[in-house]
Design a protein around this ligand. Structure first.
Ligand code: BES
Ligand code: ZN
Length: 837
């Protein structure tokens, strides 16, 4: 992998004066930047600049010249001494494009009128597309920003407005000087926006903004969560939010989910806006976690920043943990830690079982490689789980004390893992580096095999793999969290013998990051507790999760999932049900080619869900719990999967009798999907018309989910074509559409062929974004035949030398290979077990 130069090693910037003139209609901008800083021993000055035209260069007031270097560098040429202060001034200009990074336009419609606004996205290294700078997280500087824009708009920056005046050529806005910060956190938004405001306990102005296509009420929920989150963090970190204001803006076009720009957080509309009348509970929970996540970054990431991207987890793993920790504190009834086990556990354990997967902490040298680090399953889910494990290991109080110290020692500065370990070691008296380093720097995780031999338990750890792999004999320090006496706190060896006790369990509370494989006798005891109703919700969840994973790895026969699932006929917990649904989903791939067995699986799902179906029905009851409202969707999903005619009829009746906006939001996607599949009337075009005109992102999402579940090849073909049609599907949503069609069994072959035929479009649209590798990745997660494996290799192997794709392709090949073998080995026995059921 090619290495890029670290420009901070030759010039250390201190302050930027940045004046930008934005000409939205002409799609151009021009600017003048003066960066002051100090040369190092090398006595050279190179800056990052990409797709910018440099018009003049001045060095300490004298005209200088420059040449273009590699890797987005411009090299300033002149009389430059080592260890000397310089003011480098550059006049430049650039283009505003639809790429959704750098500075870009967002499109929306209000009452039929087409409108636009301008926004920015600089992480991970797009600041260089807007002004020449040292675009590295370690190059922290203060910034004085001034923007010249069109008139009659809101102009938002990281800091409050200092001055604003109308001049002949536009509106000139200057902002207060920022604190020392990294370039990737700068941002501005310019457009016709409205807001709701409130203040935190210590007087920080919090504003939630959206375009005029969105109602004022839709801002309230996020505003409440944002204010309470800041109050929570102020107390939790004992380090006050350092800026005078915190803006939260919903942008109609946004590539990621949200972005933590300091003082000016930007979001997708569905990640921020909640109409009180029509937003589902799941959506509100999602919004709350996104807001809490981005606000956590105002400390983890913005105030204290990783030195380099290899320690991205210092940002993202922490923010992932804080999503749950904070929302749990704000809304205890949501039981966020159970949600954490369910969601982050499933994601991390599945991805991290594949050989070749990245570790949480990961060397990275080239910018093209950085985007691949933002792996939701690893740096987010696994990283978040590792930090949760660490929090339990050091104890919640020491954890907090350590964090407070860390913020005190490193505010406005940059860190590496060791800085955090030092603070936490001092606070806890434990050697944190020794404990955490293997977990963070090695890929994968252990399975703990537990066997009873008389009065003893034999424990053995080994890396857990699904699919083809090379075992490197990795070992981890495993916090056993055993519920019996006689087990050590941490198991560091490969094997261990401890005394047996009745009812033994490991990883109690699911706060550590390993899975347990109990022998048959121990498992039988646990299953008996399921029947007796004595296992906790978390225990049940963990049991299904672990058994499903062990089946994936063929440590257990996949047919064993059938009797397991059947133990749960009396289950009432929403998170447990979600994992049961996931386990049923796991079995589907074994029966695709055997109609009779498939019908049995459908019947099994229906029989299992029937009791809760009777209890919950189709409509929200006034006094029901939010968990039940969410559970209804899972249960109806299983009942619809069962294809019982009465259930399908009921769904169709609901679709026909109500307006889309009146359907209960938690189950709307299911009803639409049933209508698309089973209605005699043409449904898809009607839905598409609503999709095109509504400004309700959640409704759009449900319509997308509904229509992409069609079984009609003509419809699916049309939907694939629409994926590329910007006038219908926003580029931010195109991947979602595509993946849904690929996941749909009736669209799979077609979507795979389409990807191969339309690769140029993928390249043009996504090559510069972090979602580029989703395409080989999703295909790897779904394709399953020998022929598809051969096609996948033929198509993707020539792209292995693209740094942004290498890992996704390598893992994809192994994953499909593994699935082919799994189906070969296990389909027959699963089918037989179902037919006997
Ligand atoms: N910093 C990221 C967003 C990001 C990462 C933008 C890389 C561009 C490149 C942000 O904090 C984040 O993690 N967003 C998540 C949503 C979050 C709630 C999990 C995202 O965008 O998926
Ligand atoms: Zn984040």
């Amino acid at each position: 992998m090619p290495k890029v130069n670290r420009l901070i090693e030759q010039f250390v910037p201190k302050h930027y004066e940045l004046d930008l003139t934005l000409e939205r209609e002409k799609r151009i901008f021009s600017g003048l930047v003066t960066v002051t800083g100090t040369t190092t021993e090398t006595g050279t000055i190179s800056l990052h600049a990409k797709d910018l035209e440099i018009n003049t260069v001045n060095l300490n007031g004298h005209k200088a010249s420059y040449k273009e270097g590699e890797n987005d560098e411009i090299v300033i040429v002149g009389d430059i001494q080592p260890n000397f202060n310089y003011a480098v001034q550059l006049a430049f200009s650039g283009r505003i494009t639809d790429a959704m990074h750098g500075v870009y336009p967002c499109y929306y419609t209000v009452d039929g009128e087409k409108k636009e606004l301008l926004g920015t996205q600089f992480e991970s290294h797009h600041a260089r597309e807007v002004f020449p700078c040292i675009d590295e997280p370690e190059a922290k500087s203060t910034y004085d920003v001034s923007l010249t824009t069109e008139k009659n708009v809101q102009v938002l920056g990281n800091m409050p407005i200092k001055t604003q005046r109308e001049e002949t050529d536009g509106l000139v806005t200057t902002f207060e000087t920022t604190p020392r910060m990294s370039s990737y956190l700068l941002a501005f938004v310019v457009g016709d926006l409205h807001k709701k405001s409130a203040k935190t306990n210590n007087g920080v102005d919090v504003n939630v903004w959206a375009t005029s296509a969105q109602s004022p009420e839709s801002l309230n929920f996020a505003l409440d969560i944002a204010v309470r989150s800041i109050d929570f963090y102020n107390e939790f970190f004992e380090t006050p939010y350092p800026l005078p204001k915190s803006d939260h803006v919903a942008l109609p076009d946004f590539s990621a989910g949200a972005m933590e720009n300091w003082g000016l957080i930007t979001y997708r509309e569905i990640a921020l806006l909640a109409d009180p009348k029509t937003t589902s509970i799941s959506s509100k929970q999602y919004i709350a976690t996104v807001v809490a996540h981005e606000l956590a970054h105002q400390w983890f990431g913005n105030l204290v920043t990783m030195k380099w991207w290899n320690n991205l987890w210092l940002n993202e793993s922490f923010a992932d943990l804080m999503e749950y920790l904070t929302v749990d504190a704000l809304e205890p009834s949501w039981k966020m830690w159970t949600e954490f086990s369910e969601m982050e556990g499933l994601m991390a354990f599945r991805r991290d079982s594949l050989d070749g997967v990245q570790s949480v902490q990961m060397d990275v040298n080239h910018p093209d490689d950085i985007s691949t680090l933002f792996d939701g399953a690893i740096v987010y889910a696994k990283g978040g789980r590792l930090l949760r494990m660490l929090q339990q290991y050091v104890g919640v109080d020491a954890f907090r004390a350590g964090l407070k110290q860390y913020f005190q020692d490193h505010a406005y500065s940059n860190t590496e893992a060791d800085d955090l370990w030092k603070a936490l070691s001092e606070a806890s008296g434990k050697n944190i580096s020794e404990f955490m380093t293997p977990w963070l720097t090695e890929p994968g995780y252990p399975v703990l095999h537990v066997t009873r031999e008389g009065s003893e338990l034999k424990l053995k750890q080994e890396q857990f793999f699904v699919g083809p792999h090379v075992d490197k004999n990795r070992l981890w320090p495993i916090p056993l969290n055993a519920n019996i006496d006689g087990a050590p706190e941490v198991m560091t060896e490969e094997t261990l013998t401890i005394p047996f006790h009745e009812g033994v369990r490991f990883n109690a509370g699911d706060t550590a990051h390993f899975i347990t494989h109990y022998d048959n006798e121990l498992l039988a005891d646990i299953l008996r507790d399921v029947t007796d109703g004595t296992l906790t919700e978390l225990d049940r969840l963990q049991l299904i999760d672990e058994q499903t994973l062990l089946a994936r790895a063929e440590i257990l026969p996949n047919s064993s999932l059938i009797p397991l699932i059947r133990e749960f006929a009396d289950e009432t917990s929403e998170p447990v049900w979600n994992l049961l649904a996931a386990a049923i989903g796991e079995l589907q791939k074994f029966v695709e080619t055997n109609k009779e067995a498939e019908n049995r699986l459908r019947a099994l799902a229906g029989n299992l869900a029937e009791k809760e179906y009777e209890r919950l029905g189709w409509h929200e009851k006034e006094d029901e719990s939010e968990a039940d409202t969410k559970l209804r969707a899972t249960i109806l999903g299983e009942m619809l999967y069962s294809e019982r005619p009465t259930v399908i009829d009921e769904a169709l009746k609901l679709y026909e009798s109500k307006k889309l906006e009146e359907l209960e939001p938690e189950i709307r996607a299911l009803i639409l999907s049933a209508a698309v599949r089973y209605s005699k009337e043409p449904v898809v075009d009607t839905l598409l018309n609503v999709y095109k005109t509504t400004s309700n992102g959640e409704l759009q999402h449900d319509i997308m989910a509904g229509i992409t579940s069609s079984r009609d090849p003509e419809v699916l073909k049309k939907l694939l074509a629409l994926t590329k049609d910007k006038s219908v599907v926003r580029p931010q949503d195109a991947t979602g559409w595509y993946v849904n069609i690929l996941r749909n069994r009736y669209g799979r072959d077609m979507a795979w062929q389409w990807l191969q035929d339309n690769w140029q479009w993928v390249l043009d649209t996504f090559a510069s974004e972090k979602s580029y590798d989703y395409f080989p990745r999703y295909a790897g997660a779904i394709l399953r035949t020998k022929q598809q494996l051969a096609e996948y290799k033929k198509f993707f192997e020539p792209m292995l030398d693209q740094p942004a794709l290498t890992r996704a392709i390598q893992i994809g090949i192994g994953e499909i290979q593994g699935r082919v073998t799994l189906l070969d080995n296990q389909s027959e026995s699963v089918q037989t077990a179902l037919l006997q059921y």
